[in-house]
Design a protein around this ligand. Structure first.
Ligand SMILES: [Zn+2]
Length: 353
């Protein structure tokens, strides 16, 4: 287990620095001492990723938050965007941050299979995490014609929506009233261009109609960086069995989210319910029974708007991710913790940068 390179397919690392002012170069203990929060307690930092043996992170690049999505009491107000140009500037500043971390020797940016394989060798000795950059919500792409520029900057994965974007109907937190509407004409054009350029498509946060529209185009590299099972958590933020099956059939992987209300929907009303990794295992088992064990991974989303007190009881920090391995069948443990995502990335990233 110690030398198994774990993969977390969804962490909002940059956003927590550029929008929320956290210092991810500290240990989580130091972050907690400095931030002095009673809710939303920190669970992620770069040293903590090293300590937890997390070798590869799919790290988000975000536009900030659209005012219409998050409402009037959202803080800080400086995290909001109103125009595509503001969203673009925010996303570029997050890429700048990842690049500066790389220059400081804190992370390695992974843009190709060669980068990935080289990184995995170096990781055995230095434990520095490798990051694949994922744009979560495509509003920063002002024009579809800008896509090559984003590819040049190292972006390799894109999810079209968070809430609604100009590219499609989004499901931010999800609801029982399923969101109708799929891709916009711009969304079709963006997906087509993403397919041509080599981008990976992340279907998380997209209304189901849009997912089927993209799958019907036979998009070649599809995954869900962070989503759970709709049959167990019945909102449209999670994946229907038909979508889980389709992702499996096209060789994709789905990252399980470690957020209590995504794991056990009753927890949202009753916080006294203790959510455990065994509850998460129900999602893993269901996903596997529908799509196959080779298509299940972990996309924890830790620190993605929820803190220590809102994730399963066994998880204190991201360094506890390996504990997910103890609740899945032993023969698939390495696949879920590591190799499913690594194999997907090997088959989906370009061979050379
Ligand atoms: Zn998300």
């Amino acid at each position: 287990m110690k030398n198994l390179p774990l993969v977390d397919s969804h962490l909002d690392l940059a956003e927590n620095v550029t929008l929320f002012g956290c210092d991810l170069t500290l240990s989580v203990a130091e972050r907690r001492a400095r931030e002095k929060r009673s809710t939303g307690q920190a669970t992620v930092s770069l040293p903590e990723l090293e300590r937890g043996g997390i070798a590869v992170v799919i790290a988000t690049v975000t536009p900030g938050f659209l005012a219409a999505d998050v409402g009037a009491d959202f803080e800080p107000r400086s995290a909001l965007y109103h125009t595509a140009e503001q969203a673009e500037a925010q996303a570029l500043s997050q890429i700048d941050l990842y690049e500066s971390w790389e220059k400081q020797g804190r992370v390695r940016l992974l843009k190709s299979v060669i980068d990935l394989e080289h990184h995995l060798q170096l990781w055995q000795a230095d434990r520095k995490p490798g990051l694949v950059m994922l744009m979560e919500g495509a509003d920063p792409i002002v024009h579809v014609g800008d896509l090559p520029k984003w590819w040049q900057r190292g972006l390799r994965m894109i999810g079209l929506t968070y809430g609604d974007t100009k590219y499609g109907a989004g499901v931010r937190g999800g609801s029982l009233n399923f969101r109708h509407g799929g891709l916009t004409p711009d969304g079709f054009e963006l997906l087509k261009s993403m397919a041509d350029l080599g981008f990976i498509w992340d279907i998380s946060h997209l209304a189901e109609e849009g997912i089927w529209q993209g799958l019907d185009m036979n998009f070649p590299r599809v995954c869900a960086s962070h989503a759970n099972v709709r049959a167990l958590t019945p909102t449209d933020r999670h994946l229907s069995d038909d979508v889980i099956r389709a992702i499996g059939q096209c060789g994709g992987v789905i990252g399980l989210v470690l957020y209590n209300s995504f794991i056990e929907p009753r927890w949202k009303q009753d916080k006294s319910i203790v959510v455990t990794l065994n509850d998460l295992a129900r999602h893993a088992n269901h996903m596997a029974s529908v799509g196959g064990w080779n298509h299940v991974g972990i996309g924890s989303d830790l620190d993605g708007g929820f803190g220590r007190e809102e994730c399963p009881i066994e998880i204190d920090t991201v360094a506890d991710l390996n504990k997910v391995g103890s609740v899945v069948p032993t023969e698939f443990r390495d696949a879920i913790l590591s190799t499913n995502w690594l194999d997907f990335l090997r088959g989906s990233l370009p061979n050379t940068p």
